[in-house]
Design a protein around this ligand. Structure first.
Ligand SMILES: Cc1cc2nc3c(=O)[nH]c(=O)nc-3n(C[C@H](O)[C@H](O)[C@H](O)COP(=O)(O)O)c2cc1C
Length: 335
């Protein structure tokens, strides 16, 4: 898949996830083969007004190229200027958030609120388009209200503004994350546009990605929640696309990913903050595994890299000592 001038290795995308999809987690997705990773949403105002914490959300390294930096904003000039800042920080693609339904974002007129103010949205997209030469994309929902009928209008408007691709998560703002995403709308948007359309929503297993591609005709698929603590979903999707049967990671591969996550988090975020994050985040990787609740308890106080790695190694050793088959260590039933 190609987005504007940026050619991707494949059409599988790791979704922007606020508070979750930081550099260390994106690197795991990338290593598992995913073609495009996205930053979590970054406040255009925060960037322009010089917030260091906001700018850190765009931290990147060459291994994760191409990074799509997602901005949320309302003011055309501020968002355009933030987009320039993001490009200087290494963004290969700029994405504008048209989907966030969190009250404090919507209140400011950004996120999904842009879907009910198409004129403002158009002015914003035109300003950003003019300000940066890198590809520009948007990520939308099905709509603002329960009808979920704004997607096609917004998509047409955005394409006319010169965006290079569009992602749709076909749930309305009113729906939040409830119910099912309406994949038929992904197909409708795909058929209506010339630019690549990326489908998103409810890919929980690798097979779902193929189902979405074939059912909707979309150009690429974006995976969010199912990839949290499970970057292996990307290699599994790629295997299926290649006509191969996906192989589950070995115990060593699984635990190596966790160790890499700890090392990269310490490296890029600093030991103190990274270890505080590890206390809950390592739990993402062991969901459903034999003995996972005991492991979770063992990491609630970790405060150094060495302690975090020792906890992981201890857990790995315990599982190894049981000489389980892969099906057994993946099952919590005996825990
Ligand atoms: C915790 C969380 C944070 C999210 N943060 C963002 C975000 O920053 N920007 C965005 O466009 N979507 C965000 N989303 C929405 C996801 O990118 C995605 O559209 C949604 O989860 C549906 O895909 P999934 O079923 O594969 O998870 C977030 C979702 C969750 C659960």
């Amino acid at each position: 898949m190609q987005i504007g001038t940026v050619k991707l290795a494949n059409n599988i995308v790791f979704a922007p996830l606020a508070g979750i999809s930081n550099l260390p987690l994106r690197l795991l997705a990338k290593e598992a083969g995913c073609g495009l990773v996205c930053s979590e949403m970054v406040s255009a105002n925060g960037l322009v007004y010089g917030s260091k914490k906001t700018a850190q959300l765009m931290d990147t390294v060459p291994e994760e190229y191409p990074l799509s930096v997602q901005l949320f904003g309302t003011d055309p000039d501020i968002t355009a200027s933030a987009a320039q800042q993001a490009v200087r920080a290494g963004a290969a693609i700029i994405d504008i958030n048209f989907g966030c339904a969190v009250k404090k974002i919507v209140k400011t007129g950004s996120g999904v609120a842009l879907m009910r103010t198409p004129d403002k949205a158009e002015a914003l997209l035109k300003a950003v388009r003019k300000a940066v030469a890198v590809p520009l994309t948007i990520k939308i929902r099905s709509g603002w209200d329960a009808s979920g009928r704004q997607a096609l209008d917004i998509a047409h408007m955005a394409e006319a503004c010169g965006i290079d691709a569009l992602t749709i998560h076909p749930r309305s703002a009113a729906q939040g994350f409830r119910g099912k995403s309406d994949w038929s709308l992904i197909g409708a948007v795909k058929r209506a546009l010339k630019i690549p359309v990326i489908g998103n929503g409810d890919i929980v297993a690798a097979e779902d990605a193929l189902r979405m591609l074939s059912q909707t005709g979309c150009d690429g698929v974006m995976v969010g929640r199912a990839a949290i603590g499970n970057p292996f979903i990307f290699s599994a999707i790629l295997a299926l696309l290649d006509g191969r049967k996906p192989s589950s990671p070995s115990l060593a591969q699984h635990f190596n990913v966790m160790k890499r996550y700890v090392r990269d988090s310490v490296r890029y975020i600093g030991e103190r903050q990274a270890c505080r994050m590890m206390r809950s985040r390592l739990g993402w990787f062991v969901k459903g595994l034999y003995g996972s609740s005991q492991f979770r308890k063992s990491i609630t106080q970790v405060s150094t890299r060495a302690e975090a790695l020792a906890a992981i190694e201890g857990y790995e050793k315990m599982l190894n000592s049981k000489a389980f088959s892969p099906e057994e260590w993946r099952s919590s039933e005996r825990a």
